[in-house]
Design a protein. Structure first.
Length: 234
C-alpha cells in the first residue's frame, strides 16, 4: 500500500551523537504537504548543537499517491537507506516506497542526522514481488521457518536495525551461535537453507554465508519484514 493511502504515515527526525540521542521528533505526513527539513527550515535539523554542514534546507519530503517524493538538496549529501537493503547516494529528486526508508543527512563528524519515512501495514511492492517470484520462478519456495529467520536476523542484525546502524557489519557465526543457543555448525546449516531459498528466488551467484547479497534478495521478495511494533532506537 502506498504511503498516501494510509493515515498512519509519519516522518521522524532523529539526531544522535556518540553519546546517544540528542533530539527526536515525529511529524504526521499529510497527503501532498511538503515538509522542508534543515538548519533554517520549518522542521529543524542540526540546530542544537549547531551544525553548519547541514544546509538551510537539506531535504524536502512529500507524501504522494506513488510514495515518498524526496528532493535532496543538502550540500554535503544525503544517503538513502531502504530497510534491509543496500544504501546509496540520493538522487536530486526521487520517489521512494517501502514501509521503512531512512534518509541520512551528512553533516559534521560523528553526528548522525536521520529523517525516517515510516508507514505501518503491508508493503505492496514487496508483496507483489514475492507473488511474482513465487509464480514465475519457483512455486515450491516456502517462507522462512522461525529457526531460519532467527539465525539470519541474528547474523545481519545491524543491517536490519531501525534506524540503520552505520557502519553495519554481519556478526560472527560464533556470536550468532551463542545468542541462539546452538552450535556453529547448526548456524551454518540453517544459513545454507536460507541461502538456498534466496537462490530459488533469483540470487544470481553463490555467495559466502556472511555476504548480505542473499539477504537483500529475501527482503526484496518480502520474506523478511521490519518489525512495525518496534520503537526506533539508535
Amino acid at each position: 500500500m502506498s504511503p498516501s493511502a494510509r493515515a498512519d504515515c509519519r516522518v521522524a527526525i532523529v539526531e544522535t551523537s556518540v553519546e546517544g540521542v540528542i533530539h527526536r521528533s515525529t511529524l504526521s505526513a499529510a497527503p501532498n504537504a511538503v515538509l522542508a527539513i534543515g538548519r533554517e527550515a520549518p522542521v529543524p535539523l542540526g540546530v542544537e548543537p549547531l551544525d553548519r554542514r547541514i544546509s538551510r534546507v537539506a531535504v524536502e519530503v512529500t507524501r504522494t499517491d506513488d510514495g515518498w517524493l524526496v528532493r535532496s538538496v543538502n550540500r554535503n549529501g544525503v544517503v538513502v537507506h531502504p530497510w534491509g537493503m543496500p544504501s546509496y547516494l540520493a538522487r536530486p529528486r526521487e520517489v521512494l516506497s517501502g514501509s521503512r526508508v531512512a534518509l541520512r543527512i551528512l553533516g559534521t563528524g560523528d553526528a548522525r542526522y536521520w529523517v525516517l519515512l515510516e508507514h505501518d501495514g503491508p508493503d505492496d511492492e514487496q508483496a507483489s514481488a514475492r507473488t511474482s517470484v513465487l509464480t514465475d520462478v519457483d512455486p515450491t519456495v516456502r517462507p522462512l521457518t522461525k529457526a531460519q529467520r532467527d539465525v539470519v536476523t541474528a547474523l545481519f542484525c545491524d543491517l536490519l536495525s531501525w534506524p540503520p546502524v552505520v557502519p553495519s557489519e554481519p556478526r560472527q557465526l560464533k556470536q550468532v551461535a551463542r545468542q541462539i543457543g546452538i552450535s556453529v555448525s547448526g548456524v551454518q546449516a540453517r544459513l545454507h537453507e536460507v541461502r538456498a531459498k534466496a537462490e530459488s528466488l533469483g540470487l544470481s551467484r553463490r555467495v559466502p554465508l556472511a555476504d548480505p547479497e542473499y539477504l537483500y534478495v529475501l527482503v526484496r521478495a518480502g520474506y523478511l519484514q521490519p518489525d512495525l511494533d518496534a520503537v526506533p532506537t539508535t
